[in-house]
Design a binder for this molecule. Structure first.
Ligand code: XMP
Length: 512
């Protein structure tokens, strides 16, 4: 693998993704990983990430200096470069009082340098730093400069170390991906073993070795991408010994149940069981309006329903989960991984441990974009692979106030119209998530000659990469107009539509 040492950078996962796009497997590890452990992992390269600290600050994170002398090709990015330079004899200092953030024009000093093969002599790079290398010292060769940064890139004269002050991993660095590719291919001799075909082949071997011939795997399908791809991968290895359970909570979007059967059921050899539990969920939600309480009750009901179904599956020994690599890292679940910072991820409920299932998580090594590629490779349709995320508690957290069957129906119709209009406008893939929300208030309107006093629908659409922060989509006014007219004309009981123009933060994406 390529080991990406985490010094607290905002972009550490992005570095790993970019490396993988170049077909080398990248793993994020703690910055203080020991040289022994590194030797065991036998990496193709080390990449030292950026980080928010100053290398001279007390308590600033360091790596074992021996790592630089092990003969492993190493790339230091930003803080990673400063750290290595300082350890290997250069000088780092604050660049200006306030640091340097944003675009800079970078000039390559030696066009023959392999790191910059096919990169134009001058190109835009993206900077984000307080400190910078001021003087690399006599053991380094400067490779690039910007108007404010005397050592924008450098390499060591005798050790296989390269440093970049700018961030090659961000898309604003015009040739960043090519530079990373050059590092991997031309400096490290990347054998390009990280491909989806190889991943599928290896996964099938591992799954078949783990699951015995008379054992079955239970998969909970949520209608989302991760669980579907997870089940499809397992089905590729085990066929009908994979039993997929899809719970119809009554809180699904229009057509979702049918879509799961069509998009998933007909394309894999797994067994699909659809459990109709709408009544149980509605009963559990009766009279509840408080958002946390809604989530809690839905979580418990889900576990009960799932347990009842799972018990009826003979020979079921494993429970599959579509856990992804970012979840593993962020929960501190990776042996050499960085320690957990914030746990961001909220799922419907714990797994029913008392059923005695063994957990199987075939997507643990993958990023979301890799899961999508895997899904396509496994024959799942675009409509499933590119589906917007949908929260576990479903429409309940978009039906503000009490959740009743008639209110859900109003919401479902409005939501379907909005999604349809987005699709007609060709924007459904451009926005990250879009939906309708039913508000718990009425407002006055006039329809024909009569005064109305009816429900309000809010529509929300956001643009985001990671769902941690998001901005509201600047949708064309015509699209908003058509959506509003269609909802008010065809959804009974709604006389007003509003568009949510709140970013996250301070808002969340969902309303509850
Ligand atoms: P928020 O509302 O926290 O949402 O900004 C961020 C993303 O997470 C989704 N979400 C959930 N997903 N179970 C899930 O599986 C949940 O309980 C849940 N709540 C929010 C939300 O749709 C958005 O994509």
């Amino acid at each position: 693998p390529v080991l990406v040492l985490d010094f607290g950078a905002q972009y550490v996962q992005l570095i790993a993704r970019r490396v993988r796009e170049r077909h080398a497997f990248a793993r994020i590890v703690r910055h203080d990983i020991t040289p022994e452990r590194v030797r065991e992992l036998n990496p193709l390269a080390l990449i030292l990430s950026g980080g928010p600290r100053s290398v001279y600050e007390p308590g600033a994170p360091h790596c074992d200096p021996e790592l630089f002398r092990m003969g492993i090709p190493t790339l230091g990015i930003c803080y990673g470069m400063q750290l290595a330079t300082e350890v290997l004899g250069g000088k780092v200092k604050g660049s200006t009082a306030r640091g340097e953030y944003g675009r800079a024009e970078c000039r390559i000093l030696d066009p023959a340098e392999p790191l910059f093969r096919d990169v134009p002599r001058e190109s835009i790079v993206w900077m984000s730093h307080g400190d910078q290398v001021h003087d690399a010292g006599s053991d380094f060769v400067p490779l690039a400069v910007t108007s404010t940064c005397p050592v924008a890139a450098a390499k060591h004269k005798s050790l296989p170390f390269y440093g970049m002050q700018f961030h090659p991993e961000v898309s604003h660095t015009a040739y960043g991906s090519l530079m990373l590719g050059n590092f991997l291919d031309r400096v490290c001799g990347n054998p390009k073993l990280w491909t989806m075909e190889a991943f599928i082949e290896r996964s099938i071997e591992q799954i078949s070795a783990r699951v015995g011939p008379n054992e079955r795997v239970v998969c909970g399908l949520s209608g989302g991408v991760d669980s579907a791809v997870c089940a499809a991968l397992l089905a590729k290895a085990l066929g009908p010994r994979v039993v997929c359970v899809f719970v119809d909570t009554g809180l699904l979007r229009a057509g979702e149940r049918v879509a799961v059967a069509e998009e998933f059921g007909s394309r894999t050899s797994a067994e699909l069981r659809v459990v109709d539990a709408a009544d149980r969920f509605l009963a559990a939600l009766e009279g509840v309006t408080e958002p946390q309480e809604k989530r809690r009750r839905i979580g418990h009901t889900f576990i009960d329903v799932f347990k009842d179904e799972a018990k009826s599956i003979s020979g079921a020994h494993f429970l599959a989960q579509g856990t992804l690599y970012p979840d593993v890292i962020e929960s501190g679940g990776e042996p050499d991984g960085p320690t957990a910072t914030i746990k961001i991820h909220h799922n419907v409920g714990g797994l029913p441990e008392e059923l005695g299932f063994e957990l199987i998580e075939p997507l643990r090594d993958l990023f979301k974009d890799e899961v999508r590629r895997l899904g396509l490779e496994l024959g799942l349709p675009d409509s499933l692979v590119w589906r917007h995320p949908f929260p576990g508690p479903g429409l309940a957290v978009r039906c503000l106030g009490e959740v009743t069957a008639p209110r859900l129906e109003v919401l479902r119709q409005a939501d379907a119209i909005f999604l349809d209009e987005l699709k007609i406008a060709g924007l459904d893939r451009q926005v990250a998530q879009a939906f309708a929300v039913l508000l718990p208030i009425q407002s006055v309107g006039v329809m024909g000659d009569a005064r109305t006093y009816e429900d309000v629908i809010a529509i929300r659409s956001v643009d985001t990469e990671d769902f941690m922060t998001a901005d509201w989509s600047r949708l064309p006014h015509d699209l908003l107009a058509r959506t509003s007219t269609r909802i008010i004309n065809s959804v009974k009981g709604v006389n007003r539509v509003v568009y949510d123009v709140t970013s996250k933060p301070p808002g969340t994406i969902e309303w509850e």
